[in-house]
Design a protein around this ligand. Structure first.
Ligand SMILES: [Zn+2]
Length: 107
């Protein structure tokens, strides 16, 4: 058996494996970088019009409100926290009124 040929195959296989691991790590790093850039680009931006969102106090909680179209955005479970029991229409109407015409608008 030609040892130089066998060694060349082992060396080629070794570097192939090392290169694959490096390429995979580079792809993962690039994906994280793109995800981070994407988050930075969209952080606190209105999904409807793209303008800045501003945190504003609404009732007992803080929600995000667009400085342009005045859309209001709720995080997970905030709707239920804000409006409480869905059967309670009084609470819903008071909070909705405050949200639309009351003191819930941004400064
Ligand atoms: Zn908007």
């Amino acid at each position: 058996m030609d040892l130089s040929f066998a060694n060349a195959r082992l060396e080629k296989a070794y570097f192939f494996k090392v290169n694959q691991e490096l390429i995979k790590a580079m792809h993962e790093q690039e994906e994280k970088k793109l995800e981070h850039e994407n988050q930075e680009l969209h952080w606190m931006k209105c999904p409807k019009c793209g303008h800045d969102l501003k945190q504003t106090k609404l009732s007992s909680m803080v929600v995000e409100r667009c400085t342009h179209c005045e859309g209001v955005f709720f995080d997970k479970d905030e709707w239920t926290q804000l409006f409480g029991d869905p059967e309670s229409h009084e609470s819903f109407i008071k909070t909705l009124h405050s949200l639309l015409v009351g003191d819930g608008k941004p400064d």
